[in-house]
Write a protein that binds this ligand. Structure first.
Ligand code: AMP
Length: 438
């Protein structure tokens, strides 16, 4: 048996509805904030990620899927979405559009060669958004609001927003020197990975999962204490906008995030929900004012975030909402060859009218067909035998009331629609049937 690659997952038909529901919420919330979708390729020239995510990041050093294609070009399966969006903005000169900032979101698979565990896969999915072209701290706050609106729309409770500032390029350079001077005599007290990170990119040491409780890291200088006056003013303004919106955030002075391109604001969203296991971080983001220029574009500031969709779905499992198959409107039980031919015609008409219908394709006996209708959650069973075929009628059984009526073929569609509407009225718009109509 050929099995799936380690760290990948099939999203089976029984689960795909949850994904579609999540995507629906993402699309709706994105529209509220004026963001439109961008779709970029799943693989890119490897150089793009080396230059953006950073050669010293764990992602590029240890986790990318790189390969030479048949033309000997080095390509990489994208480990994240921002680099591709930036590449596309430069290539398509979107930065020159009159309507700035550019507001874009994406949804799709990402690839990282990590140790698979609950909430950590090698192929996973992200929903991410980028606002590009504005230096305004209001945009940083708007992105955090966008992320929290999504969580509110999903009814996800107990989400913490952690925020920090790495400052602008001069702040980052100053901080790097201070951190190196502090770590130099102490580095032997930290783990092997930290010792390597210290040489490559000392900032990354603060992000260490092994040494996170170490007093060496707790007492290390923090980026927030080395901000230039401009960077400090930017951060204060972001916090002011967040306060103005009534959004609660926690300043986490050690938050640095795993990608090299961030400047100024960085943030992470964490949920303490049992179904997430050890992976409490459901999303994160920040400002990256220099990345467009680094990748060959003009000076063009930006802020973005990304959520892990598997983690959002795991978090939603804590709310105890069981997977419910979508009920169908009608199941047609046809008895005999002539009835089957007529059934196909009637079903086609009902479906063109927007009703979700099905029938038997397995030659089940009558009882088996009723059973299948029940499995599919059919609201109505439509029964067509030789008698009905001769008279041009069909028996309609309402599975909720048990009432059965005989209806002419021409009246079948309006009859069903009428019944579904009446039902919607009685249920107060709460059920699956009426949510589309009412
Ligand atoms: P990052 O691009 O590393 O900031 O990741 C953004 C979000 O993507 C994280 O907060 C996670 O929710 C999710 N994520 C990152 N890596 C993985 C992975 N290997 N498996 C599942 N989700 C992931």
């Amino acid at each position: 048996m050929i099995t799936k690659i380690k760290g990948t997952q099939d999203i089976l038909p029984a689960e795909s509805r949850r994904w579609q529901d999540l995507e629906d919420v993402i699309f709706q919330v994105s529209r509220l904030y004026g963001f439109r979708e961008i779709r970029t390729p799943i693989f890119e020239a490897s150089e793009l990620f080396h230059r953006s995510v950073g050669d010293t990041s764990d992602i590029v050093k240890k986790e990318t899927y790189d390969f030479a294609d048949r033309g000997d070009r080095m390509v990489t399966l994208r480990p994240e979405g921002t680099a591709s969006v930036v590449r596309s903005v430069i290539e398509n000169k979107l930065y020159a559009e009159p309507s700035l900032p550019l507001k874009m979101y994406y949804v799709g698979p990402m690839f990282r060669y990590e140790r698979p565990q609950k909430g950590r896969q090698r192929q996973f999915h992200q929903f991410g958004a980028e606002a590009m072209g504005s230096y305004s701290p209001q945009v940083d706050a708007e992105m955090i609001a966008y992320a929290t609106t999504l969580l509110a729309a999903l009814r996800l409770p107990k989400v913490r927003v952690k925020i920090n500032s790495l400052g602008d390029t001069p702040s980052k350079a100053l901080y790097r020197d201070q951190l190196m001077a502090y770590l130099q005599p102490r580095i032997d007290g930290l783990c092997e990975d930290c010792r390597a990170r210290f040489l490559d990119n000392p900032l990354r040491v603060l992000d260490c999962k092994v040494d996170k409780e170490s007093p060496i890291l707790a007492e290390a200088p923090k980026p927030l204490d080395f901000l230039t006056p401009e960077a400090k003013a930017h951060f204060e303004a972001v916090l002011g906008h967040l306060r103005g919106m009534g959004l609660e955030v926690q300043i986490d002075k050690s938050l640095v995030r795993g990608l090299d391109y961030y400047t100024h604001t960085v943030f992470e969203l964490e949920a303490d929900l049992p179904t997430l296991g050890a992976q409490a971080t459901i999303g994160g983001g920040g400002r990256y004012n220099d990345l467009v220029e680094t990748l060959g574009g003009p000076s063009f500031p930006a802020v973005g975030f990304a959520f892990g969709m598997e983690r959002l779905l795991l978090a939603l499992e804590s709310l105890g909402e069981a997977e419910k198959p979508e009920p169908i409107h009608a199941f047609l039980i046809a008895l005999g060859e002539g009835a089957r031919t007529k059934a196909s015609e009637l079903l086609l008409r009902l479906r063109h009218g927007g009703l979700i219908c099905d029938t038997d394709f397995m030659d089940r006996p009558l009882k088996g067909q009723f059973k299948q209708a029940e499995r599919l959650g059919a609201r109505f069973c439509l029964i067509l035998g030789d008698d009905e075929l001769a008279k041009g009628v069909i028996n309609v059984k309402d599975t909720e009331t048990g009432v059965q009526e005989t209806v002419e073929w021409a009246q079948l569609y309006p009859y069903l629609v009428q019944k579904i509407r009446e039902h919607a009225h009685h249920c107060g718009g709460e059920c699956a049937d009426c949510s589309e109509d009412c």
